[in-house]
Design a protein. Structure first.
Length: 272
């Protein structure tokens, strides 16, 4: 798969649609006409998301016609990309209503028929609907009753279906002060725990009746600093510089395959 895969489906949107949706990037009006070209070549300018997308795709091994659940879907980009590349359909769920509205709008523009639901994952009820595969990426550390999310996803997985999730390693999502402060209250939708150990994940999977296939470290030293640099560009609102440098930062982050130190997260594959 092309290293610049995440967000390339958006190149099918018109410049007017891209401007309307925004994607959190304020592209200067004079350069808006170039957005489709940029997206078709480099995808969305976000190193962390690009790398995560490639890893998730390689684990899922999607087949045409499969049905996928995205628990914590944001604006639906995973279902939209998977649909474009692999011919799947799915259901996306997110607690943030504005993200769900954005997902629906993008889906309409792309001519897709995915379903998007605004719901708390802890209270999610999809009835008897079954999925071939499910994902939950960088979400569980934001949810108090994470065990319930595991159980709900497992309930709606077909027998033999796989569930891929990504979580931060314990100690990386909160500062030490926040971790040790009993009165710490996260911001709305913020982190409620600092991450997970392999034992934590195995225990949650077992309670939900899921089998652990693999737990691998990912997002190592080089990637982490490429992302920090990119976050600085976002913070300084250096949009053009970020667009120019993002592909280079992503290529440099490939050194993770050699320099495997200081991992930030786990990529987990479970099976029902």
């Amino acid at each position: 798969m092309n290293i610049f895969s995440y967000g390339r489906a958006y190149s099918k949107l018109s410049s007017k649609q891209i401007k309307e949706i925004g994607f959190g990037v304020k592209i200067p009006k004079k350069l808006l006409f170039l957005s489709n070209i940029y997206l078709s070549l480099f995808g969305y300018p976000d190193v962390a998301s690009q790398k995560r997308f490639l890893t998730v795709s390689s684990l899922l091994k999607l087949n045409k016609g499969e049905n996928v659940l995205d628990a914590g879907c944001g604006n639906g980009i995973y279902l939209q990309e998977f649909g474009d590349k692999f011919g799947i359909s799915g259901v996306g769920v997110d607690i943030r209503k504005n993200r769900i509205e954005s997902a629906k709008k993008i889906n309409k523009y792309l001519g897709r028929n995915d379903t998007f639901i605004a719901s708390d994952l802890e209270k999610l009820d999809l009835g008897k609907k079954k999925f071939d595969k499910a994902i939950c990426l960088e979400v569980l550390e934001h949810i108090k009753n994470d065990a319930n999310v595991f159980k709900k996803v497992a309930k709606n997985l077909k027998t033999g279906g796989c569930f891929v999730l990504s979580v931060p390693i314990k100690g990386t999502a909160l500062s030490e002060e926040e971790e040790n402060d009993p009165h710490f209250k996260p911001e709305k939708y913020g982190h409620v725990r600092s991450g997970y150990t392999k034992k934590d994940i195995a225990a949650l999977a077992k309670q939900a009746g899921l089998k652990v296939i693999s737990i691998q470290e990912y997002f190592f030293f080089v990637s982490r600093y490429m992302v920090k640099f990119q976050q600085l560009l976002f913070k300084k609102n250096l949009v053009i510089l970020n667009l120019l440098l993002s592909p280079i930062l992503l290529l440099i982050s490939g050194l993770d395959s050699v320099i495997k130190i200081n991992p930030r997260g786990y990529m987990v594959m479970l099976k029902k």
